[in-house]
Design a protein around this ligand. Structure first.
Ligand code: ZN
Length: 175
């Protein structure tokens, strides 16, 4: 078991990594990739214990590895998703999201209600996802991480900057 530290949007060095793009994985079955997958699972489960089930997805970039790998644990799913490509989308869903890299921030997002995606699992098998609802929201959130984006993290930083600015101007904060 190798629990890794989850990178934080509030740390400048971490943020540089979180804003970087992740590369597709060439060799899924090699020892290095398998270790990353195991670390992601261990880290997600450990974080879930601490937050009582608050973490539903974790991307490799969040433990400092710029590879297109994420794990999703939600409902009956505990999936490893590698090199996902969205092939079709439908509808819209408004959701309230948070992120393990800025866990105190919740924002309202507009996501596709359903996404169809091709991806590889940890056994190098090609799979097709076609779930809607929360699963599709998590997948879209994790795929943003692969692009160096995170709506929650960016909002967390915006709020922090705003707070700093207000403090500088002597405006009282409510909390
Ligand atoms: Zn996230």
């Amino acid at each position: 078991m190798a629990v890794q530290r989850i990178l934080s949007y509030y740390d400048e060095e971490d943020r540089k990594i979180l804003k970087s793009k992740s590369e597709p994985v060439d060799d899924i079955l090699c020892e290095e990739t398998q270790q990353i997958i195991q670390d992601l699972k261990d880290t997600l489960l450990n974080e879930n214990e601490k937050t009582k089930g608050g973490i539903v997805g974790l991307s490799a970039v969040q433990i400092g590895v710029l590879k297109q790998i994420c794990v999703i644990k939600y409902d009956i799913y505990f999936l490893t998703i590698i090199n996902p490509v969205v092939t079709k989308t439908r509808g819209e869903l408004i959701y309230r999201e948070s992120c393990a890299s800025s866990p105190d921030t919740f924002i309202t997002t507009h996501r596709f209600q359903k996404v169809w995606a091709d991806y590889y699992d940890e056994n190098n098998k090609l799979k097709h996802a076609d779930q809607g609802g929360l699963f599709s929201v998590i997948l879209q959130h994790e795929m943003d991480h692969f692009e160096g984006k995170c709506l929650v993290g960016e909002e967390a930083i915006r709020r922090l900057e705003e707070k700093k600015e207000n403090n500088k101007n002597g405006i009282d904060q409510e909390n």
